[in-house]
Design a protein around this ligand. Structure first.
Ligand code: ATP
Ligand code: MG
Length: 361
C-alpha cells in the first residue's frame, strides 16, 4: 500500500499543493511552523476522516476560507484508489472513494492504513491513561470496523447518559429512563473491552521480541490490560454506582476509564521505569504496531513519522530506520542531519517553506 499523490486546496497554511511521493522513504524538512505536520495530518485524514491532532474541521480550513479539499491517489494491492475529502465550515464533511460519496466514515477504513508516530507517542508510557487509550483506539479503529462502530456508539451513549445524569439531579422522575441507556452502554462497552483485550493479546509477543532486541536482550516487555471494570460485572457495577454517578453528574465506570500497564518482568515501568526505559518501550510499542497491522491486514501500512527522530538517540534512530525498509514512510524533520548520520536511503526529499513544497531530488 502506498500513496502516489496528494493535493490540497485551502488546507491549513496550504492554498494549493500538488505532490508525488515515492514508494520508499520520503523526507519533508523545513523550519518550525512551515507546514510539515499539516501534510501528515491531511494524509491521516484520508484514512480515518479525522485529524490525528483531534482538531475540528473548521480549525483545519485555511484562515478566512469557507472550505478545504484533500485528494490522495493511492495504490493498494495493484489497484488505484482516489479519496476525496471536502471540509466545510458549518456543515458535515463530504468523503468520496473513487468519486462515489460514502455515508459513514467507517466505509473508508481499511482502504489506507497508517501507523502515526509523533514525539507525544514517546510519552505514552509515562503520561496519563487517556493517551494510552488513544494509542489503542487509533490503531484498533483503523483495523476493525466493528470496533470502530462499538466505540463510536459507546462514546455517544456516554455523552447522552452524562446529560441525563445532570437532568436527573434536578428531576428524579427521569431516573426510570436511564436503564435504556445502560443496556446499550453495557452492550457496546463489553465489545470495546473485548476488542482491546484481543488487540493486546496479539501485540504482546511482538512487542516483547522487539523490545528484547532494542534493549540488547536485557529487558522484556509485557502489556497488561487494566480494564476499569470486569466485563462480566459491568452491568452490575453500573447499577451499583448510579447514585454516585448522579451526584458527580458523570459516568465513572466503563472502558472510557481503562488503562494499560507495561511490565519489565514484574516491574511496572509506568511508575518505576527510567526515562530511557520508557522511551524504548514506547518505540517498541510503535514498531510492534506496524507488525500487527501487517499481520491483520496482510498488507503494509504507511508509516508517518512526525519529527520523532530528533527525539531518539543514534542507536534507537538506527533501529527504527532499519525496521522500515519495506514500507512507504513519510518523515518530517527540521534538518537532514539524522538522515545523513544514519545513512538513510532517502528516495524523495522535499523542502517545506511557508505552505509550499519543493522537491529537491
Ligand atoms: P514544527 O516543526 O514546529 O512541528 P511544522 O512545519 O510541522 O512545524 P505545521 O504544524 O505543519 O508546522 O504548520 C503550522 C503552521 O500552519 C503555522 O504557521 C500555523 O499558523 C499554520 N496553520 C495552522 N492552522 C491553519 C489554518 N487553519 N489556516 C492557515 N494556517 C494555519
Ligand atoms: Mg510539526
Amino acid at each position: 500500500m502506498f500513496i502516489k499523490t496528494l493535493e490540497l486546496k485551502d488546507y491549513r497554511n496550504y492554498e494549493n499543493l500538488s505532490m508525488d511521493f515515492s514508494q520508499g522513504v520520503n523526507i519533508l524538512y523545513g523550519d518550525n511552523a512551515q507546514g510539515k505536520t499539516n501534510i501528515l495530518e491531511s494524509l491521516y485524514m484520508c484514512g480515518t476522516t479525522k485529524s490525528h491532532r483531534n482538531s475540528k474541521d473548521r480549525e483545519i480550513i485555511k484562515f478566512e476560507k469557507e472550505e478545504s479539499h484533500i485528494r490522495i491517489i493511492l495504490e493498494n494491492k495493484g489497484i488505484s484508489h482516489k479519496i476525496d475529502i471536502h471540509l466545510k465550515k458549518n456543515k458535515a464533511k463530504g468523503v468520496a472513494i473513487d468519486g462515489i460519496p460514502i455515508k459513514k466514515s467507517s466505509e473508508l477504513l481499511g482502504i489506507v492504513n497508517y501507523v502515526f508516530f509523533s514525539p507525544e507517542d514517546l510519552g505514552i508510557i509515562k503520561n496519563g491513561p487517556s493517551e494510552r487509550r488513544r494509542f489503542l483506539d487509533m490503531e484498533l479503529c483503523q483495523l476493525d470496523k466493528v470496533y470502530f462502530y462499538h466505540l463510536s456508539n459507546y462514546h455517544k451513549i456516554i455523552n447522552q447518559r452524562n446529560n441525563l445524569l445532570k437532568q436527573i439531579s434536578f428531576n428524579r422522575k427521569l431516573l426510570d429512563t436511564i436503564s435504556v441507556w445502560d443496556d446499550q452502554l453495557v452492550f457496546h462497552g463489553i465489545k470495546v473491552m473485548e476488542g482491546r483485550e484481543n488487540f493486546i493479546r496479539t501485540l504482546n509477543p511482538i512487542v516483547d521480541s522487539i523490545h528484547s532486541n532494542l534493549s540488547g536482550k536485557k529487558e522484556s516487555l509485557t502489556i497488561h490490560y487494566e480494564p476499569n471494570t470486569d466485563k462480566n460485572s459491568f452491568e452490575e457495577t453500573i447499577k451499583k454506582f448510579l447514585e454516585r454517578d448522579i451526584a458527580l453528574k458523570s459516568t465513572g465506570t466503563g472502558p472510557h476509564r481503562d488503562d494499560i500497564s507495561f511490565l519489565n518482568g514484574t516491574i511496572d515501568i509506568r511508575k518505576f521505569g527510567s526515562q530511557g526505559q520508557q522511551r524504548t518501550a514506547a518505540l517498541s510499542l510503535k514498531l510492534a504496531e506496524i507488525e500487527v497491522v501487517k499481520r491483520i491486514t496482510k498488507n503494509q501500512p504507511i508509516l508517518l513519522l512526525d519529527d520523532v527522530l530528533s527525539e531518539l538517540d543514534r542507536k534507537r534512530q538506527n533501529y527504527l530506520l532499519n525496521s522500515i525498509h519495506d514500507i512507504q514512510t513519510i518523515i518530517t524533520c527540521t534538518g537532514l542531519e539524522e538522515m545523513v548520520q544514519n545513512r538513510v536511503q532517502c528516495d524523495r526529499i522535499f523542502k517545506v517553506t511557508e505552505g509550499t513544497v519543493t522537491s529537491i531530488n
